[in-house]
Design a protein around this ligand. Structure first.
Ligand SMILES: CC(=O)N[C@H]1[C@@H](OP(=O)(O)OP(=O)(O)OC[C@H]2O[C@@H](n3ccc(=O)[nH]c3=O)[C@H](O)[C@@H]2O)O[C@H](CO)[C@@H](O)[C@@H]1O
Ligand SMILES: C=C(OP(=O)(O)O)C(=O)O
Length: 434
């Protein structure tokens, strides 16, 4: 079994170059299929989700190639089928974007049910509602669903809840649909804007992305083009939080600081010194960490994907902190693992009450999802002794090389095969039973 090993690493220091955003990349890879020519993307991270999309795409004739410079080219002209393998398409979250992107052109798409990080409930009713209002018909099977539309038409769609996924999916479907689509109560996330900017580059008629009303007028043809993916604000935020947990100073470069607004403001409140430049942000500890509260929300509110690393930071702040998780009220799988390391956290009805400062102790813990994994790496940096984190495959869905990135700021971290350690009495620190 692979595990990430983290040894006590106080006072981290260094610079991390932030890669392209996973969440934008997942939307863009599907959006490219709307084109009638070849698309080139710069900055798509080589994460597990990308690799599975390449495999899934290859099976239906969708050619996705990465060249030696890291650029990814996609040629949608060779698509010969729109029946995606259900197992592969269920191994990540966003296979549903291929429905939105391919439906107008091909009239029928089948994919597996969405996978990705499991927060108990992640409905897709707003995706279904939007596509049905545009004329799509869903048929549900045990492991996959089929979506058909003789002709997709524009519609005025009001989202009952703000959702980045359904906003992007409806936008993809509307680009080649007949007539005008208006999306009301749309998500304003940077990834929505990035997808819209790319689509406009290749000829889509979209206005209003970044506001809560997006208008799309369907077009018949889209050209090729080149687009650079926006930087991953969630990786950047996690490294800034890391400086608070371990102490020291971390600079994240190649970022769009505006995307980190709520995170930066919170870190300042908690006691970190933040220096914002044109395309970099530095977080430095001041030796003080104040207890605080966060309430997650859709952009520009505090991102749910930074809630888990922030919870680790609160374990190191003296006093009582409160974490209200409003997007995924069950996104607290990391809490049990942090408690195993000595954290004092209670969860009630979607709210975590964190009492700090706790002296954490290294042990074997398990990452249930990407950000839970990151929160455990951060905890391992200040825990006494050694922490082993299993569930590495979850972390690798979102990070190309988390170990290398954390090493670059001085964290003592490696990826190891831990089976032999469990069976070897000389490795007393590696405990079983995660
Ligand atoms: C690949 C990707 O981009 N993943 C991100 C995306 O997920 P994802 O796109 O799945 O999340 P959404 O923005 O859609 O979800 C926001 C909220 O809307 C709810 N909802 C969503 C769709 C729907 O049909 N019905 C519904 O009720 C969700 O349960 C959640 O409470 O945004 C989440 C919220 O910022 C992030 O945690 C994920 O990292
Ligand atoms: C929840 C996440 O990812 P996904 O939506 O891909 O499962 C995440 O990136 O934290």
């Amino acid at each position: 079994m692979k595990a990430i090993r983290v040894d006590y690493s106080p006072n981290i220091n260094g610079v991390v170059q932030i890669p392209g955003s996973k969440n934008s990349s997942l939307a863009l890879l599907a959006a490219a299929c709307l084109s009638d020519e070849t698309i080139t993307f710069k900055g798509i991270p080589n994460i597990a989700d990308f690799r599975v999309i390449c495999e899934m795409g290859e099976e239906v004739g969708l050619t996705i190639k990465r060249d030696l410079t890291g650029d990814v080219s996609i040629d949608p002209r060779s698509i010969s089928s729109t029946d995606f393998d259900s197992e592969k398409s269920s191994s990540f979250r966003t296979a549903y974007y291929f429905v939105g992107a391919l439906l107008a052109k091909y009239g029928k798409v089948s994919v597996g049910y969405p996978g990705g990080d499991n927060f108990v409930s992640r409905p897709i009713d707003q995706h279904i509602k939007a596509l049905e209002m545009m004329g799509a018909k869903f048929t549900y099977h045990k492991d996959y669903y089929e979506v058909e539309a003789k002709e997709l038409h524009g519609a005025t769609i009001y989202f009952d809840t703000i959702t980045s996924g359904a906003t992007i999916n409806a936008m993809l479907a509307a680009v080649r649909a007949k007539g005008k689509t208006v999306l009301l109560n749309a998500a304003r996330d940077p990834e929505v804007i990035d997808t819209a900017i790319f689509l406009k580059t290749i000829g889509a008629n979209i206005s209003g992305a970044g506001t809560d009303t997006i208008r799309i007028i369907g077009v018949n043809q889209l050209t090729g083009g080149t687009h650079r993916v926006i930087p991953d604000r969630l990786i950047a935020g996690s490294f800034l939080i890391a400086a608070g947990v371990a102490g020291g100073s971390v600079t994240v470069t190649d970022v769009i600081p505006e995307h980190l607004g709520s995170c930066i403001a919170k870190l300042e409140e908690i006691g970190l010194e933040i220096d914002v430049r044109d395309n970099s942000v530095t977080a430095s500890s001041t030796g003080k960490l104040f207890a605080s509260r966060i309430r997650t929300g859709m952009y520009p509110s505090f991102a749910t994907d930074l809630q888990q690393p922030m919870t680790t930071l609160f374990t190191q702040a003296s006093g009582k902190s409160i974490v209200a998780e409003k997007i995924y009220p069950n996104r607290f799988q990391h809490v049990g693992q942090l408690r195993k390391m000595g954290a004092d956290i209670r969860v009630r009805s979607g709210v975590a009450f964190v009492k700090g400062k706790s002296n954490l102790i290294g042990t074997t813990v398990s990452a249930s999802d990407i950000r839970a994994g990151i929160s455990l790496i951060l905890a391992g940096m200040v825990a006494e002794g050694t922490t082993y984190i299993t569930g590495v495959e979850h972390i690798e869905r979102g990070y190309e090389d988390a170990v290398n990135a954390f090493q670059s700021v001085g964290v003592q971290i490696t990826k190891e095969d831990i089976n032999y350690k469990f069976n070897n009495p000389f490795y007393g620190n590696a405990q079983k039973g995660c």
